[in-house]
Design a protein around this ligand. Structure first.
Ligand code: SAH
Ligand code: SF4
Ligand code: F3S
Length: 442
């Protein structure tokens, strides 16, 4: 009898990639990808707790499975990821949803297969969340679904303790993988035909701080020794550790995309200090300037938060000015969410919801205007994209240029995984409407 799995993922790229590892573990146990939760023999929720709404989402979807579980008690439900790793969360989850069979954390993801065996051998729910970090090298278990891009973790955890952020509590301390293992894995992926490698870490610039062999920019150089055509991306860079060595490395290696994601969070020095970000707005802008000096065409994206405790209208105005000055091509914008256990959760001066809403709307408006302006500048230009997928609804292929801009185009032949040249005929907000250039047609 065939056995099927279904995985629901919340949160960041790191979690998306970890779901590929979960899929690898399930496939090694004989499960195949199902078409829906309804036909699955095991449903896994890979959760996120970065903001309250991410948690509410997961809670809602787990709760919605109660009926299905009642009608098919043999179906296993497993919940893992960052949410379960919080203090007391596993107990809370079991209490709220007694029908959940397995609860695991971020640190023991690699042993999920054994937890499944244990559950299948007995009646009791299996709850196993490790407090201590696990091994750093667990990459080869992935079942990848993101061709032509492949995600590669270079490190786990975070040491920064930004005052609003739950990640250091649920992901543990920084652990860098051995550089030789990373280079070997990247080479194997390129051998298999992957065209884009995205290196993952909460703060890739501190890669190697916990070991002797290699820094982040040295790691990039090692990867770029491979001379064939591919794209190399990485995220996330923390401005406090973003240095000239790295910028030179970006300029020197043509495989590295000219797009840097450099989360700024806020434009007010007082707020940045309260956030424990360890840089000022001026220092941030100086780094942007340095990047543009070495890599003049480099695009910049960022993360910004509004409504942090005590944020005044003046502080918020400083954020708007910084957005203009840094000329971000786009930004991920968030309303501050109080995370229990973090330093900011205990701060006085939490901002009322209506003020937060008003600020996020004004910020989004500004960011969108800047993105549209950059899109408009694309009209009539020729770009090169790496074709990622086919959008069956629109009947169009899609791919990104090196700056992360998405272009849509028509093609008679399958272009997924190919670098293709496109002429930009128009823009619709963020994405570009394009035509395939003659020289890339077959
Ligand atoms: N390691 C990355 C970010 C990881 S979390 C970095 O340091 O930049 C992704 C983004 O979520 C953060 O950049 C921040 O903007 C946002 N975020 C984190 N905690 C948050 C909170 N409590 N409320 C709202 N947004 C938050
Ligand atoms: Fe969170 Fe800061 Fe670490 Fe990023 S660097 S994961 S925002 S604590
Ligand atoms: Fe990522 Fe969410 Fe965890 S953003 S690291 S999945 S808390």
């Amino acid at each position: 009898m065939e056995k099927y799995y279904w995985i629901t993922t919340y949160g960041c790229q790191m979690n998306v990639h970890e779901s590929e590892k979960i899929a690898g573990i399930l496939r090694a146990r004989g499960y195949k990808q199902g078409k829906s939760e309804e036909e699955a023999d095991i449903v896994v929720f890979n959760t996120c707790c970065i903001r309250e709404n991410a948690e509410n989402h997961a809670y809602g979807n787990i709760g919605a499975l109660k009926k299905l579980k009642k009608s098919r008690p043999s179906m296993l439900i497993a919940v893992g990821g960052c949410m379960t790793q919080q203090a007391g969360a596993a107990e809370k989850l079991r209490k709220k949803f007694p029908f959940v069979d397995i609860v695991f954390g971020t640190h023991n993801l690699p042993v999920l297969g054994e937890l499944i065996d244990k559950k299948l051998a007995g009646k009791k729910a299996v709850v196993d969340v490790w407090e201590k970090e696990g091994e750093a090298d667990t990459e080869d278990i992935s079942y990848r679904t993101s061709y032509p891009n492949a995600w590669v973790n270079i490190m786990y955890g975070c040491n920064n303790f930004c005052s609003y952020c739950i990640v250091p509590y649920v992901r543990g301390r920084e652990r860098s993988r051995e550089s030789g293992a990373i280079v070997k894995e990247v080479n194997a992926l390129l051998d298999q035909g992957y065209k884009e490698i995205t290196l993952l870490g909460q703060n890739v610039n501190s890669y190697g701080n916990d070991r002797e062999d290699c820094t982040f920019w040295q790691l990039l150089n090692k990867i770029c020794e491979r001379k064939e055509k591919f794209r190399l991306r990485f995220m996330t860079s923390n401005p406090k550790d973003f240095g000239e060595d790295l910028v030179r490395t970006i300029a020197d290696n043509e495989q590295i995309c000219h797009l840097v994601h450099l989360p700024v969070q806020a434009g007010s020095d007082r707020i940045l200090k309260l956030m424990n970000r360890k840089y000022t707005a001026k220092e941030y802008l100086e780094k942007v300037e340095m990047l543009r000096k070495y890599v003049p065409d480099c695009q910049l994206t960022t993360d910004i938060m509004v409504g942090f405790p005590t944020e005044t209208e003046e502080d918020f105005q400083a954020t708007l000015s910084l957005v203009k000055e840094a000329r971000f091509s786009t930004a991920f914008t968030f309303v501050y969410s109080r995370r229990s256990g973090t330093v900011a959760a205990g701060m006085d001066g939490q901002i009322p919801e209506e003020v937060q809403k008003d600020r996020i709307m004004r910020l989004v408006e500004l960011v969108n205007a800047q993105t549209r302006e950059l899109s408009a500048a694309y009209r009539g230009k020729t770009i090169e994209v790496l074709c990622e997928d086919y959008d069956a609804k629109r009947g169009l292929y899609l791919g990104r240029d090196e700056y992360g801009r998405m272009g849509y185009f028509k093609s008679e032949t399958n272009k997924v995984g190919d670098f293709v040249k496109l002429k930009v005929s128009g823009t619709s907000g963020v994405s570009l409407d394009c035509e395939l250039c003659e020289d890339t047609k077959e």
